[in-house]
Ligand binder design. Sequence first.
Ligand code: SAH
Length: 339
Amino acid sequence: MKSIYDLTLDNMEKEFLELGEKKFRTSQVFEWLYRKHVTSFDDMTNLSQGLRELLKQTYTLSPLEISQKQRSQDGTVKYLFKVEDGYIETVLMTHPYGKSLCVTSQLGCNMGCQFCASGLLKKKRNLTTAEIVNQVMTVGNDLGETITHVVVMGIGEPFDNYDHLMDFIRIINHPKGLAIGARHITVSTCGLTKRIADYANEGIQINLAISLHAPNDEIRDQLMPINKVHPMDELRAAIQSYIEKTNRRVTIEYILLRGINDELIHARQLAHYLRGLNVYVNLIPYNNVDEHGYQQSLRTSVDAFKDELIRLKINVTERKEHGRDIDGACGQLRMKKEG
Ligand code: SAH
């Protein structure tokens, strides 16, 4: 049976009309689900008994099953949810500006980035819209917290699950849904250029982050196989066109790997590549993954890299590490279960 969390308001309207129900009922159901957070159709007390029965026969409304929950010293909470054919990881981070949830978009990942733990488990399938929505619902309900920001940076390549991703965004962004502002939602991609173009045409002000991680094709080819399909020139053109269409500043994610991409020459090449684009660089400390052998850059290299970008007038920030004591890196907790 299909989950009610699969449905955007528009799709729910269509399905309700087919079930012979009035359109306005969808607003009521949405309100029960996303404003009042009920966990059973019986709690939707302003619906007729008949409609509640019909909904029960047509849709499920169950939360995700929590298999494991780890709380870090810094307040980060990492969830491992059990689904029939695997595990989903979700991480809640506390920031001065609110609570941010990092959600997963696929079971496993096929992008094969060399430094990443997620790819050690090949993609089994895309998550359904409901499974992505339910990460937000289940964590919010479990902690009794309002989630103010969502980043799609968990396991998987969100643009490889585009339709479910977009439905997820429509649901959490909708004023009658969770009403999480588009500017509080970020999708991170390894660079599927055609999807970047589609995303630019959605007409919604969501943030885009690009996992670049390299200053030239030679290094990026080694780190990220996707670069052989969509090399950096093509990626740059896609980013430029995205910025022109949306007027949004794009985040460039750059993991500093010791001796690989963290030298001054790399900072200069990166600055050259980004010149003229409305972007900022987010330097990410590498979370060591035992199986891969890459290492976090030394503090002195990070500082020098950052200073060089500043000198070259590239906007740069450094990401704070979260949940280091609880298998913070993508895919690490899940891997311990399955691997
Ligand atoms: N596929 C998407 C989203 C998932 S990865 C993407 O590539 O953007 C989310 C981010 O975490 C990416 O920037 C990824 O490169 C980064 N990441 C992966 N493994 C990491 C690790 N061990 N330490 C730090 N960041 C990592």
